[in-house]
Design a binder for this molecule. Structure first.
Ligand SMILES: CC(C)(COP(=O)(O)OP(=O)(O)OC[C@H]1O[C@@H](n2cnc3c(N)ncnc32)[C@H](O)[C@@H]1OP(=O)(O)O)[C@@H](O)C(=O)NCCC(=O)NCCS
Length: 153
């Protein structure tokens, strides 16, 4: 499967609307996340990603600076009809490789419990107890260089 991945800031209106389209479908329409929770005030702080197939966006994520040497991956989503094809993996590997190249020492994720095993594949380890965010059970996960070898681009 050949995927293209674009990295951009929220000021890139064309790409941002593609990211927002996917987030609306996956998080708001499919998962029932309320608009005020999905559309927070943090998009302007983030680097955004859209994964496309044949020119059509099918996946997205954003990365937010979270402290010195720490980044937080958020809003990871692949359109339902393209899940299980390696799209999420391609997106995560691209993001992780960029973070490693930027010498980010720690990467964190608040993972939905249903996809904890997905992030584990990239070396994330769960920490602490389950909590509810946007009415969905989550667990905090953390990646440090010693957790696993960084993926290569
Ligand atoms: C989580 C998500 C992004 C995964 O995307 P995907 O394109 O289906 O994932 P891939 O096909 O690239 O799978 C990569 C690997 O993760 C595994 N995997 C995928 N979903 C998984 C899950 N829910 N639990 C455990 N492992 C999972 C696959 O089996 C595959 O393993 P392999 O490499 O050993 O074959 C996608 O299911 C999704 O968008 N879910 C809805 C939105 C969501 O919940 N986002 C997470 C917010 S925290």
């Amino acid at each position: 499967m050949t995927f293209e991945i674009a990295a951009f800031r929220a000021t890139d209106a064309r790409r941002m609307s593609e990211a927002r389209r996917i987030r609306q479908i996956v998080f708001c329409d499919e998962q029932g996340v309320e608009a005020h929770e999905e559309w927070d005030d943090k998009d302007g702080l983030c680097e955004h990603f859209v994964l496309s197939e044949n020119g059509v966006g099918i996946g997205t994520a954003r990365v937010r600076p979270y402290g010195p040497g720490i980044s937080k991956i958020e809003r990871v989503a692949v359109m339902k009809h393209r899940r299980g094809t390696g799209a999420g993996k391609a997106l995560m590997e691209d993001i992780m490789a960029r973070l490693m190249a930027a010498n980010v020492a720690t990467v964190v994720i608040n993972s939905q419990m249903a996809v904890e095993g997905f992030y584990r594949k990239f070396g994330f380890i769960s920490e602490g107890s389950v909590f509810v965010e946007a009415n969905i059970p989550h667990v905090h996960m953390i990646w440090r260089p010693e957790s696993s070898s960084p993926p290569s681009l």
